[in-house]
Design a protein around this ligand. Structure first.
Ligand SMILES: [Zn+2]
Length: 182
């Protein structure tokens, strides 16, 4: 079984504190039992509850366009722009395919695992319960356009994870808040 990028990085650093690992331990502590990457499922979710058909993904803040932490790289603008859009579109495709097959898809940002783990665990528990389940909207940065003039301003375009026609555009100073674990 191949390891995710952050898991590989954790191994290299010699301690296994990847967000996947942190979430799995927390779920395990609350008595929830699950399976790891289900190879046959779209996108290979990080955690899977086959009986309840709940799939959990952890999305890295940079690669998947976290509204709080996506930082537009200064170089190779076109490369990074198309990379970002591809990633968000892949996330959307995987999510919609799974949901069409009757799965409940929970996607969390890497920063949520470290900042609000209890809420994440609670939200997984909600998804595991029978009855209504309404996944909340999840904004993804899909494009950042630097603005001419002073002040290092940029336009950030965002789309909803599940619906590309739900969009918003925000103008502001260039975001430099990368997600960093403290
Ligand atoms: Zn983030």
């Amino acid at each position: 079984m191949s390891l995710s990028r952050s898991e590989q990085m954790s191994r290299i650093r010699g301690r296994d504190t990847s967000p996947e690992r942190v979430l799995r331990s927390a779920l395990w502590r609350t008595g929830l039992r699950f399976r790891l990457h289900a190879r046959k499922l779209h996108g290979r979710p990080d955690v899977v509850f086959p009986r309840h058909k709940v799939a959990v993904f952890i999305d890295g803040c940079f690669w998947h366009g976290c509204p709080k932490h996506y930082v537009r790289p200064r170089t190779r603008d076109e490369f990074w722009s198309s990379k970002l859009r591809e990633n968000v579109e892949r996330d959307r495709r995987q999510t919609l395919l799974l949901e069409k097959d009757g799965w409940r898809v929970c996607r969390y940002w890497e920063h949520q695992i470290f900042e609000s783990l209890n809420e994440v665990v609670e939200s997984v528990r909600q998804a595991l319960q029978d009855g209504e389940w309404n996944p909340s909207a999840s904004w993804r940065v899909v494009q950042v356009n630097p603005q001419a003039g002073e002040g290092d301003m940029e336009q950030r375009l965002m789309e909803d994870l599940r619906d590309a026609t739900t969009m918003r555009s925000v103008f502001g100073r260039r975001s430099t808040k990368k997600w960093k674990r403290t």
